[in-house]
Design a protein around this ligand. Sequence first.
Ligand code: SAH
Length: 261
Amino acid sequence: MTEQNLFPGLRIVLIETSHPGNIGAAARAMKNMGVTSLYLVNPLEFPSAKANYRAVSAADVVENAIVVSDVDAAVADCELVIGTSARNRRIPWPLLDTRACAEKVVAEQRRGMKVAILFGRESRGLKNEELQKCHYHVNIPTGEAYSSLNLAMAVQVICYEILQSSLRQDGQAETFYATRSDRRDDDAEAENWDMEYATAQDMEHLFEHLEQTLVQVNFHDPKNPRQLMTRLRRMLNRIRPDQMEVNILRGFLTAINKKCS
Ligand code: SAH
């Protein structure tokens, strides 16, 4: 039995981890901070005695880990997806610092939303297509000479900030927010919203439908994609449409499909 999950809506997603020891060390880092839900996307070697060994008293987190075969399956039901990255990408994405990330994660999961934080491969991090599924990226500041942390250490820093943020928000949420100047408008907005945010799966279906329609009207050539879909993904993830808004857009696309067929 997993005990004391302080953040039931939050999952840590490790993608194609090559060293099982890192899975165990990440599980320990999580449980130390009260986070227990672990998803593993295509781990190279799992289950593994090395993972349990490195987890020490967090072996339950390893044993309860959910193994899936692709990222979409790990985040399908999530309304907030955050990617961790040691590098800046060509097309910059909305970026949170580690503390702002923690504030957002704690606040949203307390409102009942499902939140995923993605961690990449030891060898080459997250692929662009995985980063493009995210609403935000988070980067742990480092010395210039070496910016890539060990996977489990990166999990530790992110989960540490989440626990600290949760302790700060406990029982004193109003005074805490009232005195903070960096509270984002979208935090306030989400609290009063009348609809659920779209999930990652709703967004993937929308992007597929949008791309097909752009091809149908000859606006988009998949053989010469440039950065069109990347930019549209960034725009729509930045807006964070709710489920009704996604339904309206899908309906609009269907009307275009009918007109053009
Ligand atoms: N060599 C890879 C880094 C792999 S480190 C690269 O260049 O991208 C493994 C994972 O740990 C990364 O994918 C990321 O999820 C996390 N990580 C490592 N350093 C980080 C940092 N400075 N900020 C945020 N995440 C980091």
